[in-house]
Design a protein around this ligand. Sequence first.
Ligand code: AMP
Ligand code: ZN
Ligand code: FE
Ligand code: FE
Length: 281
Amino acid sequence: MIDLHTHSNISDGTDSPRELILKAQSAGISVLALTDHDTTSGWQEACDSLTSGMDLVLGAEISCQAEGGISVHMLGLLFDSENQALQAELAKTRENRLSRMDRIIEKLNVAGIEITIADVMAQLSDGATLGRPHLADALIAKGHVNSREDAFTALLHNQSKYYVAHYSPTPEDAIRLIKAAGGVAVIAHPYASHRGRVITAESFRGLVDAGLDGIEVDHRDHSETEKASLLRVAYSYDLAITGASDYHGSGKINKLAENTTELRQWEKLELRANNRRVVRK
Ligand code: AMP
Ligand code: ZN
Ligand code: FE
Ligand code: FE
């Protein structure tokens, strides 16, 4: 079982990298990618926690903004974490997430919802990437909502009047940064239309020209029609096809390896990195 998209509490998942690795190993996963939002801070702990029997793929899910403010997530896998250009871009995004959170909180406060930045920061693990799920956790702690799901539905979704975007690179720039760092780029849940506006089939041309390696097709946020459309795009550009859980611990209902990637597709992807960076013990 190959699961190429998971989160730890180094972003908005709830398991530590160590807990995630242990759960994945006991679930019998053969290849696991750790892809926290806009950070590589969990890589060391994940490596240290790995024992034999599972291949670890280190990565990150990079927040991007396409034309018209469309939110896109780009999975970067197997890149060199010492690459300065990529790390600088991730740092810029993380920094901007802080002032963006202040602005969302301000809007909520104006509407009479009492919550402070301190409430939100209390939900964040040390050194983790700040995101709306932490605000959701703070709203739960204050008794405003019952779950992350409720918080997103009522207040935090992308079309909400409380929504504020943060700085992020274009998907093309993110791909170029990942590739320049020797990694591979897989676009995450590109047609998850119930989350908000999504990119068109035509916009894949530019992504492929920038170096896109794969498309995450099998993801719980895609309908069967959306999966079928994405398969056609993947075939037409000879891109790798992946499936993954987007596991977030107890932060989402997604179960580890509920969607998986075929070995042949994984091998195709792995070969496109400029170095053999899979961690194996
Ligand atoms: P942000 O990165 O701050 O824009 O927050 C987006 C993140 O929130 C996504 O990457 C998901 O992990 C999470 N998310 C989005 N919708 C939901 C939901 N309905 N329930 C729980 N988490 C969600
Ligand atoms: Zn997330
Ligand atoms: Fe995502
Ligand atoms: Fe994700």
